[in-house]
Design a binder for this molecule. Structure first.
Ligand code: FES
Length: 148
């Protein structure tokens, strides 16, 4: 077997594995969830936020949310997580939903609303949405902290 032939067989194998992964993913998650975790928005950590929180969910994964506020509205928001794909999708979507909102408007965002916008989540991933919403609320609470 030539070197080129081996490479071609390996490429085919990798392609097959990727197709299988994509098929299983599409069976489990909505298109929106897949899109958001493959291409997350507002991901990162902020140097000097007005408010921030890091929270560990029941699964042991953590999420961080950072906020910059101007005129009573969220001007910038980003998140970071060491969690699963759905937690990345939740952080990405929640930050997009929260940006530009008043502080009360952001605090009103619910887990159910987030899940609906994402086109649903499997039962075993519902807590990932809870993790995102709880961390956002804690970051909002942190806005009132004494900076000393
Ligand atoms: Fe831990 Fe999704 S955040 S499993």
């Amino acid at each position: 077997m030539t070197r080129d032939r081996k490479k071609s067989d390996l490429d085919k194998f990798v392609e097959e594995v990727q197709k299988e992964i994509d098929r299983k993913e599409a069976e489990t998650y909505s298109k929106r969830v897949i899109e958001e975790y493959r291409n997350p928005k507002n991901i990162g950590q902020m140097e000097d936020p007005d408010g921030a929180a890091k929270f560990k969910g029941p699964c042991g994964d953590t999420m961080e949310v950072y906020l910059k506020v101007e005129g009573g509205r969220i001007k910038y928001i980003c998140f970071f997580t060491d969690g699963c794909g759905p937690s990345i999708a939740c952080g990405s979507m929640l930050t997009q939903m929260a940006r530009g909102r008043t502080l009360d408007g952001a605090a009103d965002l619910s887990k159910e609303e987030l899940i609906e916008v994402l086109g649903g989540l499997p039962d075993e991933s519902l807590h990932c949405a809870e993790l995102a919403v709880t961390t956002l609320r804690k970051a909002l609470e942190d806005l009132g902290r004494d900076p000393s």
